[in-house]
Design a protein around this ligand. Structure first.
Ligand code: PLP
Length: 402
């Protein structure tokens, strides 16, 4: 390491993409829920790569599995099978409603795949090419590629990239009547996050999700749950939609599935997958043995270490702690979320609170501009949550009621 931190930051700012504005430290290594910068500062990480590093850093099982996989085989393309890929799709189907899985590399790619599958299903299986509409929710977030972007119900993400793809419409979250007014004979699918993540950690009512199922059935539309942020146990169940006991037609996963190795997945049924025939859709990297081995290991550890139960218990601890802080500090208006996907609504102060937390050695970030988001690794302990709440409390002193 010849360059100083300052020199590296300057080089990053000069040549890195202008779309980002990273915090002023350079992260170097991690252990459990702690991450260290190259200058020896340590941070309690309640961002987890934005709900990605589900097993924390340097988890012995994941590190060993990946080391072994790197030495054996990293990539083969989808011209060939690997045992890791087969085991992964098999496991995902065994623990879900799905019969088939399309593996890809990111959340946005999983959403693109879902939109394409829904449209092609209505077109070639149902025989209604006019049925291509996708209804998604206002304040949703589904990704940055053109299809997922069109489905994202936030004008600020569309700005300057118009025209958006045709056939997308948006309805108010948790408002069945509004969704019903947008769904009709031309609707291919309704796309929704069971808890909106980037929009501000906003959970859907169970009744609303059940209403969507019926609405879709009545209109021959598919119901797609985007579980990219909520899935793989984060809310205390494998899928967040399980809490409402609603059967989906398609589910997208990414983020926590690979524990830090990029992977996405689009799950659906045999009936709907009839629409995808050889060559209909594809990917070079998707489902390669390295990413598949990472995901398989995450799923194994999820069970072995009972991380879903941990997510539920630690989530409740976090909620109670945040509610107690809300009593003390008016700047926290309310707390919402489920399991280890928790939000504290703080209005305009949210970004400044994130900055104060960083000074206290606690990493959190904002969602929806006004919400503090807490999505720590699922291995987080009772003491870790206590420590995070203590550090947050210190950060909030700056915003204490006068
Ligand atoms: C619900 C949801 N869908 C899709 C995406 C896009 O995922 P990616 O950034 O991996 O493309 C995100 C990312 O934040 C997300 O939260």
């Amino acid at each position: 390491m010849t360059r100083t931190t300052q020199e590296l930051l300057e080089a990053g700012d000069r040549h890195g993409s202008s779309t980002f504005s990273p915090a002023r430290m350079i992260l170097d290594h991690g252990e459990g829920v702690w991450i260290y910068d190259r200058d020896g500062n340590k941070y309690l990480d309640f961002v987890a790569g934005i709900a990605v590093t589900s097993l924390g850093y340097n988890h012995p099982r994941l590190t060993a599995a990946l080391r072994d996989q790197v030495e054996r085989l990293m990539h083969v393309s989808n011209l060939y099978y690997s045992a890791e890929q087969i085991e992964l799709v098999d496991t995902l189907c065994a623990r879900s409603f799905a019969d088939r899985v399309f593996l890809c590399n990111s959340g946005t790619e999983a959403v693109e795949s879902a939109i394409k599958l829904a449209r092609r299903y209505q077109n070639v299986v149902v025989g209604k090419p006019e049925k291509y509409g996708i209804v998604s929710m206002l304040k949703s977030f589904h990704g940055r590629t053109m299809g997922a972007l069109a489905a994202t119900g936030q004008p600020k993400y569309h700005a300057g990239f118009e025209p958006m793809l045709p056939g997308f419409d948006y309805a108010e979250y948790n408002n069945l009547e509004d969704v019903a007014s947008k769904v009709g004979p031309n609707t291919a699918a309704v796309l929704i996050e069971p808890i909106q993540g980037e929009g501000g950690v906003n959970p859907a009512d169970a009744e609303f999700l059940r209403g969507l199922r019926k609405l879709c059935d009545d209109n021959g539309a598919l119901l797609i749950f985007d579980e990219i942020q909520t899935g793989v146990g984060r809310t205390g169940k494998f899928f967040a939609h399980e809490a409402a006991d609603v059967r989906p037609d398609i589910v997208t996963l990414a983020k926590g599935l690979g524990g830090g190795v990029p992977i996405g997945a689009m799950l659906s049924t045999e009936e709907i997958f009839q629409a995808f025939v050889k060559g209909s859709h594809g990917t070079t990297f998707g489902g390669n043995p390295l990413a598949a081995r990472a995901a398989l290991t995450v799923l194994e550890v999820l069970d072995e270490e009972e991380l879903m139960a941990n997510a539920a218990a630690r989530g409740e601890q976090l909620r109670e702690g945040l509610e107690a802080l809300a009593e003390r500090y008016d700047v926290i208006q309310s707390v919402r979320g489920r399991g280890l996907m928790m939000g504290a609504i703080c209005g305009d102060a949210a970004p400044a609170i994130v900055g104060e937390c960083l000074k206290q050695g606690l990493l959190i970030n904002t969602a929806g501009g006004n919400t503090l988001r807490f999505v720590p690794p699922m291995i987080v302990s009772e003491d870790d949550v206590k420590e995070a709440l203590k550090r947050l409390g210190k950060a909030l002193e700056v915003f204490a009621n006068s």
